[in-house]
Design a protein around this ligand. Structure first.
Ligand code: FAD
Ligand code: NAG
Ligand code: NAG
Ligand code: NAG
Ligand code: NAG
Ligand code: NAG
Ligand code: NAG
Ligand code: NAG
Ligand code: NAG
Length: 520
């Protein structure tokens, strides 16, 4: 099937052909731009270098959609979740098969055109902004999950949404570790390790992998598993090494149907006491119970607290219809504004913490959403109070950042720590009890405001770093802002970056996969 816009593709044929005739990136750029503006350019030029035309590419593909600027689909499909440091593309291509991905990558390399996989488009690291033109490879047609006959594994296509994985497995009485948010892809989080509700039991999302099909930088489709030297790298630094077209993962029988939550809301004056209590009763020196997750958010809700952001604590427990009072009583004793218990199933979790398909964080609303993450072992109540004051001041009602959200995610870590820390590029297995990040949300209004947001985000993160007693900033690459050093994404042991660089030299010497948290 061919759903591409014939008129626009004809123009692109001309543009790319002319560009290829000179075999250089710069003219290609200029001509591609012209093509979008003047779709009636003479087709004659196409004959000079037919091997580099979009229509030639199209002939090699099984069924494909190609959209250029000017089409509604291009506008809709190139929209992203965060609009600061976002990539710029000039054509959207939707491969329908693994071989289509091979053809697109080979074509792009031959024509010297940059390309980037677009999946759930929640990637927000500002290094993506280094992509100033090129091809958006929209993976949405590569969607689906197949459970193996023996029920031990499932194979997930590279563009499958997280919710599709969760729902399909649940219906079959199965589970695996996935990210928590319904609108994010399965693969996006996993390439950086991947945090999710079930990581306390089974480890990170990438820890579940058995094998994968991946299109390498040179356009070769290959299947890799633990016998490949690339296996270490794709689990934590995967964005740098290829386009994953499918992955086979371990799945588990669904043991617990029930889940329960208590949402406990506090006014800001309680900040110190709340985080001291989380340390004492929940984190417990890295011995957080495997069935318990605690998250908290800070955000402005003047109806509840007109003086500053509220503190909303979520204590979630697996296998029960009400959260064990051992975990909740210490917080009730602190005088919260409200306590709201709820219960349901695993499928309700995203709704409870506001990350379903319909929730605000899943919408592409034209906003800038940079995060400034830091991993911590436990809370420093004094630093929590200091960072609260700074956050409150900077996000007051008249601030452009008033809708910002401070996220404190305390997933259980037992399963993550059970995996040898040296066995994957994910570097922070023993230091990741808490994943903390201010998300500075604003309506983009130019570089000055971007700089203010960057300053604020780093100021807040630095307060937490100072309170940690360590000089070393550990971050989650998938939340990173983009101004961190690669060590903060991939670890401070010299051998880690050396190994990543050596693998880059072998598998991606031209750094085609160099836009998302680049290793080199
Ligand atoms: C609301 C929200 C909730 C989140 N929840 C979680 C969570 O629960 N757990 C967690 O770990 N993280 C979470 N994150 C962070 C998340 O891991 C990153 O934002 C991730 O980059 C999103 O992936 P995506 O596919 O949506 O984005 P995209 O922007 O489409 O992808 C990000 C990058 O990944 C690469 N990529 C994507 N697909 C492929 C592929 N098939 N092959 C090769 N490369 C590919 C590309 O380099 C791309 O630029 C969340 C983020 C948001 C905004
Ligand atoms: C790509 O798109 C950008 C933004 O629209 C534009 O500035 C640039 O000229 C385009 N490049 C090509 C090659 O079309
Ligand atoms: C990818 O294409 C699908 C249509 O198959 C569309 O719904 C989606 O918005 C596109 N995603 C991106 C990130 O362009
Ligand atoms: C936590 O660990 C520290 C250092 O190992 C120790 O001093 C402290 O007593 C422990 N606290 C609890 C509550 O176990
Ligand atoms: C809260 O999160 C921390 C960090 O992961 C963890 O140590 C603690 O056990 C959690 N508490 C609960 C009740 O989940
Ligand atoms: C919620 O708890 C009640 C009371 O224990 C129970 O009857 C009900 O089945 C639970 N709901 C779900 C969806 O588990
Ligand atoms: C409100 O926020 C703005 C922008 O962050 C800041 O400049 C201003 O000083 C803040 N006002 C108060 C009273 O804190
Ligand atoms: C907690 O943070 C404060 C403020 O940054 C700092 O002075 C103190 O040393 C920190 N405590 C620990 C145990 O690191
Ligand atoms: C592509 O790169 C891989 C890994 O370096 C290599 O094994 C393969 O032979 C290359 N393919 C081609 C066609 O060069």
């Amino acid at each position: 099937m061919c759903w591409f816009r014939a008129d626009l593709v004809a123009a692109a044929v001309v543009a790319l052909a002319a560009a290829t005739a000179t075999a250089s990136a710069a003219p290609a750029e200029a001509v591609l731009a012209t093509s979008a503006a003047t779709p009636s350019a003479p087709p004659a030029a196409a004959t000079s270098a037919a091997h580099c035309s979009l229509s030639d590419l199209e002939k090699q593909l099984s069924g494909i959609e190609i959209y250029l600027p000017g089409s509604d689909q291009f506008t809709q499909y190139s929209a992203r979740w965060s609009n600061v440091g976002a990539p710029i593309v000039n054509v959207t291509v939707l491969p329908a098969t693994e071989n289509d991905v091979v053809q697109i990558v080979s074509f792009a390399n031959k024509c010297n055109i940059p390309f980037l996989a677009y999946n759930g488009v929640h990637g927000s690291i500002t290094t993506l902004g280094r992509m100033s033109w090129g091809i958006d490879i929209n993976l949405s047609l590569l969607s689906g999950i197949t459970i193996a006959a023996d029920g031990q594994t499932a194979t997930i296509a590279g563009g499958t949404n997280s919710k599709v994985v969760v729902d399909t497995l649940w219906a079959a009485g199965k589970q695996t570790v996935t990210g928590t948010c319904e609108c994010v892809s399965y693969m996006g989080p996993a390439l950086g390790g991947g945090h999710g509700w079930l990581q306390g039991r089974h480890g990170l999302v990438a820890d579940q992998w058995v094998s994968m099909n991946i299109v390498l930088a040179n356009g070769t489709l290959t299947t890799i598993d633990a016998n490949s030297d690339l296996w270490w790298a794709v689990r934590g630094a995967g964005h740098n090494f290829g386009i994953v077209t499918s992955v086979t993962v371990k799945i588990y029988p669904r043991v617990y149907t029930n889940w329960a939550i208590e949402t406990i809301t506090f006014t800001g004056d309680k900040v110190k006491a709340v985080y001291q209590a989380i340390n004492d009763y929940l984190l417990r020196n890295g011995t957080q119970p495997v069935d318990v997750t605690n998250w908290s958010y800070w955000f402005n809700d003047p109806a509840v607290d007109p003086n500053g952001p509220v503190i909303q604590l979520y204590i979630i427990q697996e296998g029960v219809t009400a959260v064990d009072p051992t975990y909740t009583q210490p917080f009730h004793a602190l005088g919260p504004v409200s306590v709201v218990p709820d219960n349901g199933t695993y499928l309700d979790l995203a709704g409870w913490v506001g990350i379903t398909l319909a929730s605000p964080p899943c919408q592409k609303a034209g906003l800038a959403n940079p995060r400034f993450p830091i991993y911590l072992r436990s809370y420093n109540a004094t630093a929590q109070q200091a960072v609260y004051s700074a956050f409150a001041a900077a996000t007051n009602a008249s601030s452009p950042f008033a809708n910002s959200l401070f996220m404190f995610e305390g997933y259980p870590t037992e399963g993550v720590r059970a995996v040898d820390p040296d066995s994957s590029a994910y570097a922070f297995r023993t230091d990741n009890d808490l994943l903390i990040a201010p998300l500075i949300q604003y309506t983009p209004a130019g570089p000055d405001l971007d700089r203010q947001a960057e300053q604020l985000g780093n100021q807040l993160r630095n307060i937490l770093l100072a309170g940690s007693g360590s000089a070393q900033l550990n971050t989650y690459v998938n939340y990173a802002y983009g101004d961190e050093q690669p060590q903060a994404w991939y670890g401070y042991d010299q051998w880690r970056l050396d190994r990543l660089k050596a693998l880059k030299a072998k598998y991606d010497p031209h750094n085609r996969f160099g836009f998302y948290a680049p290793v080199v």
